[in-house]
Ligand binder design. Structure first.
Ligand code: ZN
Length: 454
């Protein structure tokens, strides 16, 4: 398969990708609700989708499908009756999953529910509160400093009710049942790089690749981040052995160089293939070893699945200043980058196709014979719902991953019976003492247990 077989100039494809981002940008999305459905409807104008609705309350591994969230309106009015914060002007103004509320409120109380970024006074941050009942508004810090009234009127017309989680899937059968999956998430409100760029690029890939007759079957997933990946893996656990390669696409439309985060396996064919292509085609790129936080690779690469799924990005999430703010907008997108990202994915598939018959020895991790203390993760299929154990901070999106959280993620990722406590400390680059302390906490919560090696 070659670019020349595409029957379409790649410049036109990058324009199509950009147009789709533009259409999806205004929608208020979340992990459930009408925003996801509207998004899938627009994607369906490009490719046929099979859509799924999974009911609230359905148990998926350690998680439950949450209630569905929808919003009509939300604002803050000052004493003069002016709307000073208005959801209709930017859906980022409302903390995602805010409960309904309508009241007059003293500024002192209100300010506990206001979020801004003092270092970037002109942008609106993106904040979520998915699994703890709360409400809040996000605004420009300079606007917050201008709030001088003693009392304000706040209105949040939202609904949190039984409903469902929605996701979409498109499957292109190849000659073989062996699959390559492409995963993007459709749960972020008005932001472009994170992750309309990923969504639009996999849509274009699906649209243009269906014309080819390939050895591999291709599967494109449009799911809400984390809970969507967990749900998909739960419902498809019998078939995941068909997944031979996979890519999560996130933050892939900005002007930054490519970054590739390897799968947890580290030297799977997808890892080697992407590395080779990057070396051949790019002057500058970042190659990152797997770390147990980030996007949906966390679930695909959880120790119980350990799938060969890498993450293709440009600027790495959390590491660029537009991340999770209103400045991750249409102007932040670079059409040339979108085009090259599309071409990169195309080359990766084309290389995997070329090597289809060459069955490579997969590198199975060998059982560690060293002495030492071992623990096993009792929830190895996807990550456990840490929030319900009271280990998480309440507001997910703004919190920096602190040492404790980092230790938890590493321990849960590495307690597969092959890494001793010392190995975990070494691989995570954290102090042994912190690892030991954190293990004790996880053991108490029955998330890991001591493992007697024989
Ligand atoms: Zn994000």
């Amino acid at each position: 398969m070659n670019f020349s077989d595409l029957d379409e100039k790649t410049e036109n494809i990058s324009q199509e990708i950009f147009n789709l981002i533009e259409k999806l940008y205004p929608i208020c999305r979340s992990i459930t609700g009408e925003g996801v459905r509207q998004t899938l409807k627009i994607i369906e104008r490009e490719i046929p989708l099979k859509k799924y609705e999974i009911a609230t309350g359905t148990q998926v591994f350690d998680w439950k499908i949450p209630k569905e969230w929808n919003v009509k309106d939300a604002y803050i009015k000052n004493l003069a009756g002016e709307k000073i914060v208005d959801f209709k002007k930017s859906n980022l103004h409302l903390v995602n999953y805010s409960i309904p509320i309508k009241k007059r409120i003293q500024f002192n109380e209100l300010k506990e529910h206001l979020f801004s970024i003092p270092e970037q006074p002109q942008v609106i941050p993106y904040v979520t509160s998915y699994y703890s009942e709360n409400w809040g508004f996000c605004l420009e810090h300079e606007k917050l400093l201008q709030m001088k009234d003693e009392e304000y009127e706040i209105v949040i017309e939202s609904k949190i009710d039984n409903g469902s989680l929605t996701y979409g899937e498109y499957y292109i059968p190849g000659k073989s049942e062996d699959e390559i999956i492409f995963s993007a998430y459709v749960c972020h409100p008005s932001m472009c790089n994170d992750n309309l760029s990923g969504t639009a690029i996999i849509t274009a890939l699906a649209k243009y690749l269906k014309k080819f007759e390939l050895n591999y079957s291709l599967r494109f997933l449009f799911i809400p981040e984390t809970i969507g990946a967990i749900t998909w893996l739960f419902l498809n656990q019998k078939n995941v052995h068909k997944i031979k390669h996979g890519l999560v696409l996130t933050c892939i439309g900005d002007s930054g160089n490519f970054s590739y985060k390897k799968s947890r396996i580290g030297d799977s064919e997808i890892d080697n293939t992407v590395e080779e292509i990057l070396k051949k085609t790019e002057n500058k790129f970042d190659l990152l070893d797997f770390y147990p936080w980030g996007s949906d690779e966390r679930q695909y690469c959880s120790p119980g699945f350990n799938l060969p799924v890498g993450t293709l990005m440009r600027s790495v999430p959390t590491k660029y200043k537009e991340y999770h703010t209103s400045s991750d907008n249409l102007e932040f997108m670079n059409k040339k980058s979108l085009q090259k990202s599309f071409e990169m994915c195309f080359s990766i598939i084309s290389e995997l196709e070329k090597n289809f018959d060459e069955k490579k020895e997969s590198s199975k991790s060998k059982l560690n014979k060293k002495n030492g203390e071992y623990y096993v993760n009792l929830n190895p299929m996807c990550e456990p719902h840490l929030g319900k154990y009271g280990l998480y901070n309440k507001f997910g999106a703004l919190t920096k991953i602190d040492t404790m959280k980092t230790a938890i993620f590493w321990i849960l990722s590495l307690t597969d019976g092959t890494n001793s406590v010392e190995d975990i400390a070494k691989k995570s680059n954290l102090e042994l003492d912190i690892i030991k302390k954190t293990i004790k906490i996880l053991e108490k919560e029955k998330l890991v247990r001591f493992y007697e090696k024989v």
